[in-house]
Write a protein that binds this ligand. Sequence first.
Ligand SMILES: [Zn+2]
Length: 222
Amino acid sequence: MRKWWAWEFGESIRKNTDHARAQRGREYAQNGAVKKIEINPGKISAEVLGTTMYKVTIYGSTIPIDEKEKIINIIHQKGYLSSIISSEIPKELKKDLEKENIHLIPQKLGFNCTCPDYKRPCKHIYAVQKVLNDMMSYDPFILFKFLGIEKEHIILGNQENELLKEYHQPKISVKDFQKKYTFSYREFSSVEPWNQFKENSETIRKIYHVIMNNAEKKLIDI
Ligand SMILES: [Zn+2]
């Protein structure tokens, strides 16, 4: 099932691939030649089996921190989170962000492959694009990860995420951290943000609990 954001993500690769290479790339993808895909902020690394194993890399810019926070604010304020969690990015989010001059879909992608073909994109890059399209349609958080926005950050929102980040990488001593945050941590634990969502409350509750249990375990370990 192809979704609009996944389709738009791969557009620059598709429109620059010639017909023959696109056809071979599609076959590669369908036959399972794409063996591995790793998504990181600004970089996707993949392995495609052709004559031998080739490495494909797709590059793009990550989102600056202030824009990242704006995106997360809009997701929360406009109530888009439950849709995103159920694998649907509302098109309105893209429109809202365009008003702020923020691009949800990277405007430009770079790509590279270790194969000897003289032309780019080659069939391997095309195949990776095809597989990515399916992955991203199923899991929109892959797009956000590529942009440099973590899933937890999107789910928790800006405020709670800051608290959690400081906990995981405390610049202050553990003792001071506990003193400073024990109260807010307890307060934070008692908040039930999933209550506002009807349909996906169970998913959100699960994710939220995993995050909170990890934080709690760390506090106990200290
Ligand atoms: Zn190639």
